[in-house]
Design a protein around this ligand. Sequence first.
Ligand code: PNS
Length: 177
Amino acid sequence: MKKITAIYPGSFDPPTKGHLDLIARGSKIFAHLIVAILRNPEKAPLFSLSERRRMLETLTESFNNVRVDTFDGLTVQYAADVKANAVLRGIRAISDYEYELQMALMNRKLQPDLETVFMMPAEQFSYISSKLVREVAQLGGSVKDLVPELVEQRLREKLDPAIKLEDAREPQSRRRG
Ligand code: PNS
C-alpha cells in the first residue's frame, strides 16, 4: 500500500483531548502525520502560535511518526509544500458535517489529488471544542476532563498569571518552611 503523509490542520487554541484522540488514530493509519497549526492574523488567539506549537510538540512526543508545524495561506498549498497526500479532519457530530463537507469539497476543487479523510474521536470527546474549553476556563469552570493536564496548567497560568508566579516561587517558600 502507498505510504500516505497526512496533514491535520487546525487552530488548536488550545489543543483538546479530542484533538489528541484524533492524532493517535491518525498516527495509526498514516505513515506520517503533520499537525499543522494555522497562523491566522485575523483571529486574536488565546495562546500564541509558539505556545500552541510547544504544547502540541510535548503532547505528541510519544508518536514517532507525528510532527508539528505551522502554516499560513491555503491548506492545499501547504499540503503540496510538504508533499502530503491527505488532509485529516475530525467529525464529532452531524453539526460538524456541513462545514467540513464544504471545506473538503473546496479543497478538492483547488487540488483534486488531495484527499480529505474524516475520523471520529472517541464518543466521550464528541462534545469538546476549543471554543467551549476557552469559554469554560475563562469563566472559572473546570476543564479537567476536556484537555490534557499540560493544557489545563497552561490555561490556569494564562488566565491567572499569579499562579505562574506562585509556582516559580515555590522552591524558595518550601526552603523557608
Ligand atoms: O480548527 P479549525 O479552526 O476548525 O481549522 C480550520 C482550518 C485551519 C482547517 C481552515 O480554516 C483552513 O483550512 N484554513 C486555511 C485557509 C484555507 O485553505 N481556506 C480554504 C479552505 S476551504
